[in-house]
Design a protein around this ligand. Structure first.
Ligand SMILES: Nc1ncnc2c1ncn2[C@@H]1O[C@H](COP(=O)(O)OP(=O)(O)OP(=O)(O)O)[C@@H](O)[C@H]1O
Ligand SMILES: [Mg+2]
Length: 290
């Protein structure tokens, strides 16, 4: 069975999408079958993996409005074992269109059921809001991973997020767990980064993942080229940090997986990167828009 992780923080620009792309790609390179679900109408995770959203005929919007089967919307990426359920601008209207609809916060959970056997990890990129799209992600998820930017006001809005998580647990998804908090854009030359890091660890203890994502320009460059960082610059600190984050999550979840599925810890090997650059058979190829 797959593990579904929602990457959420209603604060904008904290590294949700960068984390969704690079964590998904790193898990795939480490041998896991991964589905990245883009629940943000900005569709940055979709374009950040080199998918031309204008050429897609269906997206997660059609899926949650039950206008298309989920398998119809999924597309393969250039990374073996990594598929994407893409977003589109239409998603902006979904909240209004779902007013009064049945099971409106459970649409995504139901849509993702077919992938629970075909994929090991389902990673959901949330929009910067605690709206119905985020509620759908949290209802579909086994756990939530919260990126926290090492900057001024890092914890602003965190209590609101925690309240939303409690509400979702009570009303919609009693099994929802906390995957943890990941510190992003950590600048080791900046005192503030160290202060935010120390304060977060003091407050949240081992809920804070050991891996810190450094501020690294290669991460933003890679996204603008439609690639995960390890395909753009494998040696970059950003690429390596996301591979470490994937290792850390895998080892934290290891006892929940079947024996023999554990992945040995270690750096990103060149063999793994070489495997990652061979094209995946197009299991999921949407009919392009005419
Ligand atoms: N570790 C990093 N180092 C340098 N730049 C980063 C890092 N992480 C993210 N960025 C850049 O910061 C900006 C915001 O990141 P990202 O889009 O991942 O955040 P987000 O939380 O998904 O934003 P939104 O709330 O708008 O969805 C982007 O330009 C991204 O390339
Ligand atoms: Mg984003």
């Amino acid at each position: 069975m797959s593990r579904t992780i929602a990457i959420a923080n209603q604060k904008g620009g904290v590294g949700k999408t960068t984390t969704a792309i690079n964590l998904s790609a790193s898990l795939a390179v480490l041998g896991k079958r991964v589905l990245l679900v883009d629940m943000d109408p900005q569709a940055n995770a979709t374009s950040g993996l080199g998918i031309e959203k204008e050429r897609l005929s269906v997206s997660v919007y059609d899926v949650i409005l039950e206008l298309a089967h989920p398998e119809q919307a999924v597309v393969s990426t250039s990374i073996p074992r990594l598929d994407v359920l893409p977003s589109s601008r239409d998603l902006v209207g979904a909240e209004v269109e779902l007013i009064g609809a049945d099971r409106r916060a459970s649409r995504l959970r139901i849509a993702l059921q077919p992938f629970s056997r075909s994929h090991d990890y389902i990673i959901i990129d949330c929009p910067p809001s605690l709206n119905l799209l985020t509620l759908n992600a949290l209802t579909a998820a086994d756990s939530v991973l919260i990126p926290l930017q090492c900057e001024y006001f890092a914890m602003e809005g965190l209590s609101e997020l925690v309240r939303t998580l409690q509400l979702v647990k009570r009303r919609l998804n009693p099994g929802l767990q906390r995957e943890g908090i990941v510190l992003t854009m950590f600048d080791r030359r900046n005192r503030l980064s160290h202060q935010v890091g120390a304060e977060t660890r003091r407050l949240f203890g081992n809920l804070v993942l050991k891996t810190q994502i450094p501020r690294n320009v290669r991460l933003s460059e890679a996204t603008s080229f439609g690639k995960p960082a390890f395909h753009y610059c494998v040696r970059s600190a950003g690429a390596q940090a996301y591979v470490s984050l994937a290792h850390e999550l895998l080892s934290r979840n290891a006892n929940k997986e079947a024996p023999g599925e554990k992945i040995a810890a270690g750096g990103l090997t060149t063999a793994a990167v070489a495997r990652g650059s061979t094209r995946h058979p197009d299991r999921y190829e949407q009919k392009p828009v005419e």
